[in-house]
Design a protein around this ligand. Sequence first.
Ligand code: MAN
Ligand code: CA
Ligand code: CA
Length: 507
Amino acid sequence: MVSFSINLLLCSVLCILVNTSIQQTVHRRFEYKYSFKPPYLAQKDGSVPFWEYGGNAIASGESVRLAPSLRSQKGAIWSKQPINFDWWEVDVMFKITGRGRIGADGLAFWYTSQRGDYTGDVFGSSDRWNGLGLIFDSFDNDNKHNNPYIMAVINDGTKNFDHKSDGSTQLLSGCLRDFRNKPFPTRARIEYYLNTLTVYFHNGLTNNEADYELCFRAENVMLPRGGFFGLSAATGGLADDHDVIHFLTSSLYSAQQPGSQQISNDEQQKLSQEYQEYQKKLEQQKEEYRKEHPDEMRDKDEMDDWFESDGQRELRQIFQSLSHIQDVTRELHKKVDEVIGKQMNSLSMLSAVYSQSQGQPIQTQPGQPIQAPQFPITRHDWEVFTSNNQLLIQTISEVKSFVIEANRKSDALLAGGAGAAAGAAGGAAINPQFLNELRDSVNQVKSNLAGVSQRLSSPAQPMQGGCPSVSCVSTGMLLLVLSGQLLVLFLYQLYKERKEAQAKKFF
Ligand code: MAN
Ligand code: CA
Ligand code: CA
């Protein structure tokens, strides 16, 4: 009975949790009136639908150049209509490029109660704004070596932005990121949902959608309702090009918001009906076209499906391998972090053990129990270490037998060679000094190996000079053995060639 009621309780808790998580699902809607993107970003007359730009800004079909790389330029673009939703997410794709190692001054994203200037004092827009400015500040005006920097500054319409100190005392939050001269466009994803402001940044080193990193998250951010979106940029004594490629806005709704579910259900039904009808029409038209142009259609379909130019293929392969390298690097990065973490842990444990062995008490917080230090090397680590060691011993004994064999053969050759040297006349004879050198180097290899095998077969010693007790073959020793082996092979080859040359003379 008791277990039944516990089960029931667990079930209801689970149901509540599932319900809550479903209710908290975010619905999003693309807002085309607060967005722009290529192609045809600007129309033929230069206007950007639903937006207004000014100052030194120029819009083309592919991007909006807010400020060009000339001194003291300013420009901005503002949404024409105020927004009619509370929560939103904006994805801005931009490129800040310049020939200088340092550029200036930067670009800003705005969400403010009123549209700002086109040639204002703060990165091209107005000072004393009411709302949010997310500033991509390229130039280090206060010389604190902390730029390029991304920062959010909230203003209630009363504060002047401190350009000389890069707004360092006024920012809500931010992150140090380089966004100039990147191979791919850089991106920022700015999310304002339930009064939490989250900014993600894509550093433009790849064109992978998944490579956004968190810049910061700030809670309890109160922004005015019904504001305008804007972007602006400025140059000063130094200059960069400030190009925006896209500005994509989505409105966000929680399922709890009254009416949102109902509206989206109705809309969903209507849209899916429309979609079905369009799909039907499209298929009908396709079928008719196929009937009218049977050859053309087949050729075109085949071409579309199978054609890939050399350039496209090469690029695809480069991208694939680069993404692979990036994945591996990311994985390595993680592993290195783990190893560093473990190492630090081990070091702290070791120092605890050391201070205990020296009779000093282990430092703890008052009131906390003293914890016995754990042995820093785990059983798994020890097993890996031993198996590696076994492998090393095996490899070295193989090297050893190989060199012994080489030595035996060279001894035999030496005996035969000495006879030949005695019998031969003039320059074709083998130099006895050469043979002695060969013998010396083989002996050296032999003595090195004897040292190695002695070390390997000797019983475990206590730790000496920082070397572990199981067996200790230094990298230097291993290299010495290998280079000795190479030397023997080289000399043997030399000797063989001479012999062959000598033999050729006779035939
Ligand atoms: C000059 C001034 C500054 C500007 C820098 C970098 O020093 O115009 O306001 O930040 O150049 O452009
Ligand atoms: Ca600055
Ligand atoms: Ca600075």
